[in-house]
Design a protein around this ligand. Structure first.
Ligand code: CTP
Length: 401
């Protein structure tokens, strides 16, 4: 799996750095090309010369190499883009928290911010530091960026204490990365269509009927699918969210009718389609081309139904795996199951507005995944990034069933 892979190995200042020499040998033996980048304090724990010899490459530490007759600049962008995968091991609490916060005060951090490849990190720290809520938050933040944590093991620590925080052993890190590369992209070769965000239905040139959807859940689903190897078409209503991922083509629409046309246009080509958009069910019967003036009285707007995009996709289904969302306030399970039948879905993701932290807006969601045979799985309240991964794991189970 690692043959020919370009591995950027970031080493930070922890005692476990001495073990990295063995890991470099394992990577090289597996056929990988390794470049080592160290934080300034990592050199207190392991010699750059040892790592340069083992990796067969110059070790990078500073932005600028000041030698007697030359000044040579280490371009962090080139280094970050060079890598097929980046591993930070040992990853200290200090470097991890800087990575989570976007701090960029050394070459390793600058290369991390520039890297577009999968980034793994293997924490190494004392048990109380490992358990500390701020460290836990850091792990969560990094994972929400798509970085992959190689959990620390338990055992005797350099401090003499016994517990969690010991960096995974070099052989375990190698196995973890190899397994990830083997299984990590199960959607390779698959095309996915996702609708996301609200739709705006124009009343006149300045006013519209809309809803509170931010598009966040759909965007997380798109990002996760692309990280898992899929080619994603994301059809999004108006949202401030940005997404820059080489696996995602974004189509921006405003109204339900535009979303409907875009979805139908691409549906035939995809393997999986997910309706995560909060489509307005109704639109004004007519749209005034001039701003409607107030005249002292009220305003009646006649509304007509919008097409149900998901139902239309269900009606045209050939071999697509089709997943919908149901946002319910009461009789949740019965309503969600009825939607599976009505819209010819393979599964539905149920949100109940009765659950705190679920639904529109926030960073979290609480879902129940129900497949067309009414097998159901209720998940805890999680971040939307974690929920996206849970949903994709369920879809993958469904695709392989
Ligand atoms: N949906 C859609 N087009 C619409 C309305 C809904 O594609 N015009 C999709 C949503 O993206 C979601 C699912 O249908 O995946 C469920 O939407 P929801 O509003 O919860 O259900 P409705 O079918 O509209 O039924 P109701 O509003 O009566 O609950």
């Amino acid at each position: 799996m690692l043959g020919g892979k370009k591995i950027l190995l970031g080493i930070t200042g922890g005692i476990a750095a001495y073990k990295i020499t063995f890991l470099v040998r394992l990577f090289i033996k597996a056929g990988a090309e390794v470049r080592v980048i160290m934080t300034p304090s990592a050199g207190d724990f392991v010699s750059p010369l040892t790592l340069a010899t083992l990796s067969k490459n110059k070790v990078l530490i500073d932005f600028v190499n000041k030698e007697e007759h030359s000044v040579d600049w280490n371009n962090h962008v080139d280094i970050g883009l060079w890598a097929d995968l980046m591993l930070i091991a040992p990853a200290t609490a200090n470097t991890l928290s800087k990575m989570a916060g976007g701090t960029c005060d050394n070459l390793l951090l600058a290369a991390y911010l520039s890297a577009k490849c999968p980034v793994f990190f293997a924490p190494a720290m004392d048990l109380d530091m490992y358990r500390h809520p701020s460290t836990r938050n850091t792990f969560e933040t990094l994972q929400s960026f798509g970085n992959i944590m190689i959990p620390a093991g338990s055992g005797e620590l350099a401090s003499g204490l016994h517990g969690e925080g010991r960096m995974a052993e070099p052989e375990d890190i190698l196995d973890f990365i190899t397994n990830y590369l083997q299984k990590g992209q199960p959607l390779t070769g698959k095309k996915v269509l996702i609708t996301a965000g609200p739709t705006y239905e124009a009343i006149d040139p300045v006013r519209f009927v809309g809803n509170h959807s931010t598009g966040r859940m759909g965007f997380e689903l798109a990002k996760t699918a692309a990280d898992l190897g899929a080619e994603v078409i994301l059809i999004s209503g108006p949202t401030h969210l940005q997404l820059d991922h080489s696996g995602i083509t974004r189509i921006s629409v405003v109204s339900a009718e535009e979303m409907y046309q875009a979805a139908l246009e691409h549906y035939n080509l995809v393997d999986v389609a997910i309706g995560a958009a909060a489509v307005a069910d109704f639109r004004p019967k007519t749209t005034s081309d001039k701003k409607i003036k107030k005249n002292g009285g009220g305003l009646n707007i006649e509304m007509v139904p919008n097409p149900d995009i998901l139902q239309a996709l269900g009606g045209q289904k050939t071999n697509q795996y089709l997943v919908g969302f149901a946002l319910e306030t009461n009789d949740e399970l019965a309503n969600a199951k009825a939607k599976i039948a009505k819209k010819n879905l393979d599964a539905i993701v149920l949100n109940s507005l009765r659950d705190a932290g679920a639904g529109f807006g926030g960073d979290t969601n609480k879902i129940t995944y129900i497949d067309k045979n009414f097998n159901q799985k209720a998940f805890e309240l999680k971040t939307k990034a974690e929920v996206a991964l849970d949903i994709w794991n369920e879809i993958l189970n469904g695709l392989h069933a």
